[in-house]
Design a protein around this ligand. Structure first.
Ligand code: TA6
Length: 293
């Protein structure tokens, strides 16, 4: 039976979290506590808002985003699973997998540390069982666990990314530290592998890089907004950094004109060489923590 607002409210009512109908008629949970505000849609288990109390939104969402069952929301934190980018052998399959365009089931809402509130959701994406726990507090804590049932005939491999769109004052002034010593795949340069740059990331055009074999935290410096965002992680060996710049964003119908200057993606992932393979009866967990410094 589908989880509508009435059934969800009856089963999972919790101080600081309520269910309501969001844009496009899609169901979402709204978090409003003394510590933070937030939102997550059941569609794609898609976090679309997070702001510690008294702070400007940490996540960016396009004003032109779709809110339709068959399309991903543009912005917030899409879950890319069980593949990243185009499907490896079936180009007709949706970009970044099916997790972000399917409805997830709420399984729990509970109090979390430091007056936070946590919501857990699950989804069956063959051959995997996926659970996602999102904790809204002074920090945003994301936990994505992928299980392969012991009935599976063989090990299974997948890619994953928490494709986080951060709100920033101006991409031209933004700097990202934490990846200076990491080699990367440059998707703007046709997928060429590049050595570590030895310097912070700055933006002067479209930038689309997959950093491999890195478990470190990233720090995003936003001088115009006078703030620093830190993303730390566990169970993740890849970090993807992306800004489409004007050319690519102009070609995207769900991306507003001039919005590209106010966003940057820093994605906690396991992709390419870092794809995950798990045996029947086992599981793998990836976490990301997003906090204002
Ligand atoms: O993570 C960066 C990226 O892979 C870019 O290449 C761009 O395609 C972006 O994701 C958005 O993809 P989407 O399918 O959401 O339009």
């Amino acid at each position: 039976m589908p989880q509508n607002v009435e059934r969800l409210s009856a089963k999972f009512a919790h101080p600081g979290l309520r269910f309501t109908t969001g844009r496009g008629g899609l169901v979402k949970a709204v978090v409003e506590t003394a510590k933070a505000q937030g939102e997550i849609y059941l569609h794609g288990a898609h976090v679309t808002h997070f702001a510690p109390s008294g702070q400007a939104p940490v996540l960016w969402v396009s004003e032109q985003s779709w809110y339709e069952p068959t399309k991903p929301i543009r912005g917030g934190i899409p879950i890319c699973f069980p593949w990243f980018g185009g499907h490896p052998s079936a180009p007709s399959q949706p970009s970044h997998g099916t997790a972000r365009i399917t409805t997830w089931e709420v399984t729990a809402v509970e109090a979390a540390a430091d007056d936070g509130v946590a919501i857990s959701l699950q989804n069956a994406i063959h051959p995997f069982q996926v659970t996602y726990r999102v904790e809204f507090g002074t920090e945003l804590q994301l936990t994505l666990t992928v299980e392969l049932p012991d009935t599976a005939p063989s090990p299974a491999r997948y890619e994953e990314a928490l494709h986080t769109y951060l709100a920033i004052g101006d991409i031209h002034q933004t700097r990202i530290e934490g990846l200076e010593s990491t080699a990367y795949i440059d998707k703007v340069a046709g997928g060429d592998r590049q050595p570590a740059s030895g310097e912070a990331i700055r933006f002067s055009g479209e930038l689309d890089r997959v950093y491999l074999n890195t478990s470190g935290a990233c720090r995003i410096f936003d001088p115009l907004a006078q703030r620093e965002i830190r993303i730390s992680k566990s169970g993740s060996q890849s970090t993807v950094v992306w800004n489409p710049w004007i050319g690519k964003s102009d070609k995207m119908p769900d991306f507003g004109a001039q919005e590209w200057t106010g966003m940057v993606c820093v994605e906690t992932a396991n992709v390419g060489d870092n794809a995950v393979e798990i045996a029947p009866g086992s599981a793998h967990t990836m976490t990301a923590k997003i906090q204002l410094q």
